[in-house]
Design a protein around this ligand. Sequence first.
Ligand code: PLP
Length: 399
Amino acid sequence: MDWTELRGRFFLPEGVIYLDGNSLGPLPKAAAERVRQTIEDDWGKLLIRGWNEGAGGAGWMGWPTRLGDRIGRLIGAAPRTVTTGDTLSIKVYQALASALHLAGDRRVVLSDSGNFPSDLYMAQGLISTLGQGFELRTVAPEAIEGALTDDVAVLMLTQVDYRTGRLHDMAALTAAAKRKGILTVWDLAHSAGAHEVDLTGAGADFAVGCTYKYLNAGPGAPAFIYVREGLHDAVRPALSGWLGHAAPFAFDLDYAPGDGIERMRVGTPPVLQLAALDAALDIWDEVDMPALRARSLELSDRFLDAVTRACPDLMPALVPGVPRGSQVSLRHPDGYAIVQALIARGVIGDFRAPDILRFGFTPLFLSEADVDAAVGHIREVMDQGEYRRPEFAIRRRVT
Ligand SMILES: *Cc1c(COP(=O)(O)O)cnc(C)c1O
């Protein structure tokens, strides 16, 4: 892979070392152009005809599942098993609701304390809406395997812990769940575009993820949802919107689920965001995922080694040997202020309460030189106590 050439495909502001592509990917140059084209040529000239005739085949109406297929290649999903739309929180709700509908007599949803709160909140909201006695059980990430008991209906996990970067073994946990008759819902928010994923090989039942993190489709870009092919006919969508109907333009008064993955669509797709996603995925078509994973570990190991040697006060969030995704997390009681001081120097990472400094490593646009320069800045911020300046203590709305 020619990493230097790929870096040239992104707008990266002068003087910025961007270690936050795990939270919001940078702008692919082609996305800016594609969105402009979609606005001017498609929306501007086709008007409502765009739903049938918009660029890319099958009109705008076909885009959510066409782009689902493109994402599918990155996560080991067969064609027509992934569709896009809505936000990740909504896709979590849809996937879990579908799984619970297939749950039989079991009443426990098992997750871990490293899951992203929105996933847990959606589960809590769904459980209370259903009123069927379901219970959300949340254990420590290391305790999941032992918690796969006979009362568990659904195992709902985010593969990479957003805070520490800890990586669950999807194949092993899915296999263990299957042996106990437990359905699986995997959240790939920090996996898709970060490392290899093989949903088909693992036998996962449901998966969801977002496209604005490693996939670089822009703020507010739509989420994706995967349903294992064997479940397509059994899945009853809880969010039964008209575009998941078998015949939306028959305007029947009663809902009938659409064919296969199409039933996981809800309402009108966000065409401009999908245009950005389409362009962002052009880059991914050229990426070899095992090579990306190797490079991501090379860069992040280099960072972790250098930063812990230079700044012994910054403690790794994971003990050595625990597998991690494409991020490095460090702990410090003044983590928030340190991150703010780094941002002021153009080194952009982020902070996750209570004490985590989080740095994403994305081979598409980062190099050894970026890693080394970032470590140099961190050392200066720590050695000179720069982070103690009062302006870095001011908490902003988004951390
Ligand atoms: C980023 C993230 C979300 C965010 O959900 P949105 O609905 O897109 O705001 C949810 N879950 C996980 C695991 C995430 O990492």
